[in-house]
Design a protein around this ligand. Structure first.
Ligand SMILES: CC(C)(COP(=O)(O)OP(=O)(O)OC[C@H]1O[C@@H](n2cnc3c(N)ncnc32)[C@H](O)[C@@H]1OP(=O)(O)O)[C@@H](O)C(=O)NCCC(=O)NCCS
Length: 275
């Protein structure tokens, strides 16, 4: 039987790719990509003007070379760049007067994107999963954190709000048997659950943080932080010294969980399946 292994260090793999774009002038292009598009790092070949160079920002690296052919017969290239906080980048590019040839809009396949034309005519497609950039009106009503287990209906609503698969009643009930602590964020005016977080475990040596969710209308208002503070406090008070608490999350949430003393580590897991 073949297992799908997310990271198998024994296997041949391709690790990194960098587009190499023909440009009219490497130094001018780098200045544009830094000052208007916001790229942070650069390098250039020696010589004046440089004939090759590159910019980078986070995991995105793009190289340039000056090309006479390109000056005579410019051919547009396309670079697709996946980002987080797409709306913030869009606002920055608007402020910097980047030439936005297609405004920010949903793609129809679950992503949203906008297209910038750089000074060479190349098109840079900045994109993110649709839910990250949905124009969601934020709710500002006060929220209270209540120590209780969210109901099945509440969990279903919250998982749906972040496009997760809703649990079935039996998996919800199984979770409850292992739950040692849970919190619900309630809209103080209506009592509606707008967030939840579970702590599962054996109360002795192993704990697992599960289903930390804040409804998108209330995200980025410290609700998740307050729920995780409650879990942190519970662990500090009740978990025995030497016990381990773990969780799975996307890498982008590492800074969020670091606030509560969770650090990244190499892990392995298996999902049990019965034939
Ligand atoms: C992750 C989640 C629970 C955070 O809740 P929240 O109430 O929005 O978080 P907070 O307002 O307390 O965030 C504090 C900081 O953490 C970081 N952070 C929060 N959510 C983030 C995200 N999705 N990506 C990157 N950083 C994030 C930010 O630095 C944020 O500060 P900012 O709002 O000034 O940018 C919420 O975004 C969510 O429900 N996401 C979908 C479900 C999910 O992925 N849950 C985690 C599973 S392990």
């Amino acid at each position: 039987m073949q297992f799908e292994n997310p990271v198998d260090y024994q296997q041949l793999s391709l690790d990194h790719v960098e587009p190499v774009l023909p440009v009219r002038d490497v130094n001018q292009t780098i200045a544009y990509w830094r000052e208007v598009l916001g790229f942070r790092e650069q390098w250039t070949s020696s010589g004046e003007p440089s004939d090759i160079g590159a910019v980078s920002w986070g995991a995105v690296h793009v190289q340039f070379y000056s090309s006479k052919d390109f000056v005579e017969h410019a051919v547009r290239h396309y670079v697709w760049i996946k980002v987080r906080q797409l709306s913030d980048l869009y606002a920055m590019h608007q402020k910097n007067k980047a030439e936005i040839v297609t405004p920010l809009q949903p793609t129809g396949w679950g992503f949203s994107e906008y297209i910038v034309q750089d000074i060479n005519g190349h098109h840079l497609i900045f994109t993110a999963p649709g839910t990250e950039i949905k124009d969601i009106p934020k709710q500002k009503v006060p929220v209270k954190i209540v120590e209780r287990i969210p109901t099945f209906e509440e969990v279903c609503k919250l998982t749906e709000s972040v496009n997760w698969k809703a649990p079935d009643p039996s998996s919800y009930n199984q979770n409850l048997e292992s739950t040692v602590y849970a919190v619900v964020s309630e809209n103080s005016e209506t009592g509606e659950a707008i967030g939840c977080a579970f702590l599962l475990g054996d109360s002795k040596s192993i704990f697992y943080v599960k289903d930390v969710i804040v409804h998108p209308q209330w995200q980025h208002q410290q609700v998740g932080t307050k729920m995780m503070r409650a879990i942190e406090q519970w662990l500090d008070t009740n978990a025995p010294v030497g016990a381990t608490a773990g969780l799975f999350s996307g890498e982008q949430l590492a800074p969020f969980y670091k606030q509560f003393k969770f650090v990244q580590a190499c892990g392995m897991y298996r999902v049990i399946e019965h034939k």
